[in-house]
Ligand binder design. Sequence first.
Ligand SMILES: C[S@@+](CC[C@H](N)C(=O)[O-])C[C@H]1O[C@@H](n2cnc3c(N)ncnc32)[C@H](O)[C@@H]1O
Length: 423
Amino acid sequence: MSEIKPRRAAWEFLRDSSKRDSYINLEIENLHQRIKPNERAFATELIFGSVRMRLRLDDSIEKLIDRAIEDEVRELLRLGLYEVIFMTTADHALVNEYVEVSKTVLGKARSSFINAVLRRACRERESLQSDDGLSLEVKASHPKWIVDAFSLLLEGERLSDELLSHNRGAEVQGVAFETMSEDEGLRDARLPYGHTFLKPPSAISTVKSGASFVQDFGSQLVCEVALATDREKEMKWLDLCAGPGGKFAYLAHHLQSEQLIGMELHRHRADLIRGRVKGYEVLVDDARDSGLPSESFDRILLDAPCTGLGALRRRPDARWRRSESDLKALVKLQRELLDSAAKLVRIGGVIIYVTCSPHPLETRTQVADFLRTHPNFKVLPVERDTIDKSYQSSIGADGMMQLMTAEHGTDGMFLALVQREDQ
Ligand SMILES: C[S@@+](CC[C@H](N)C(=O)[O-])C[C@H]1O[C@@H](n2cnc3c(N)ncnc32)[C@H](O)[C@@H]1O
């Protein structure tokens, strides 16, 4: 395949992205095949940045032009404006590059328009870069319903820090069960296996054998808190929504194959688990009607399908793909999965309810509703000393844990331990 220049590659990638079903961070490797290695980081920043900052960039476009434009013209202007506002590219280089791209992909007439708009943007660079007068929604470039969701949890500077932290991207965090060489990963003393990966995972030797894998520190913390509820590591565990298997692999490192079963609705995701953890049973089934015998597990990890609002920094387009109507459907599904877990857990057993969303409807409100309808369950408070000091502020007075990206440097994972007391 012939190589193309990064700005054009970025535009083509974004033009086609609405046709794709998966998140763009999962597709970016394909784009990399088409551009020179030394231009890949730039193209990635351009794409991820312009997607994250879409609302902010569209606000600037409105300030610069007063007529309707086609989607493909808008996409090119977003890229150009991303460079004007958030990068340091020199004015003349920037204008020339985008005029060249537009001549090739949009034709001569439109390239004159692109030229005029970007020249004006460069002249007004300082004012476009300023946040003055922008609403939080536009400044942090999040849809209103997501800003509203986070403002149920945080206010003032903490709210804006949190939203802005979703725009910074993230280092690759991972687990290493075997020693990693210093040029591959940097050990993080706050977690038993936590490492910051210094190379792409595909270039790390221990990733191939499954001894290392990408996993956010928040997910590792969740696994540590879960495992700490079984001190002797001799209980019977079920991972109810196990695909693609990151937490299952973490649990399997500590539990024997007779102790741990996984369940996953989608066959291809169950196959991903089987590919990474050999010898453990993984069932393909709907966990709401699992067919498993009731009251047969001591520990049930329910890492529920959720809006993923806690992982926005890792998925640049997630904030635009999710909607409030998804939230409603997911809250209902989570409730049904919790009901099912309640039937499968033994007296004295614990459901470890986890989401990678801090939305109250998916987290504390969901748990409160569950306790109302299941009076034989109570919250088992997370013990502070199961996690490093730097994360302990995530444990609330109610004993539940809510990590936040800005404060803890992790995805916004939520965890509640819910214990069955009696019949
Ligand atoms: C948040 S993900 C779990 C992530 C996983 N614990 C990990 O660490 O890799 C939720 C998973 O639940 C699965 N799922 C959704 N609905 C389900 C259902 N009714 N029964 C079983 N699994 C379901 C999804 O396909 C998805 O793989």
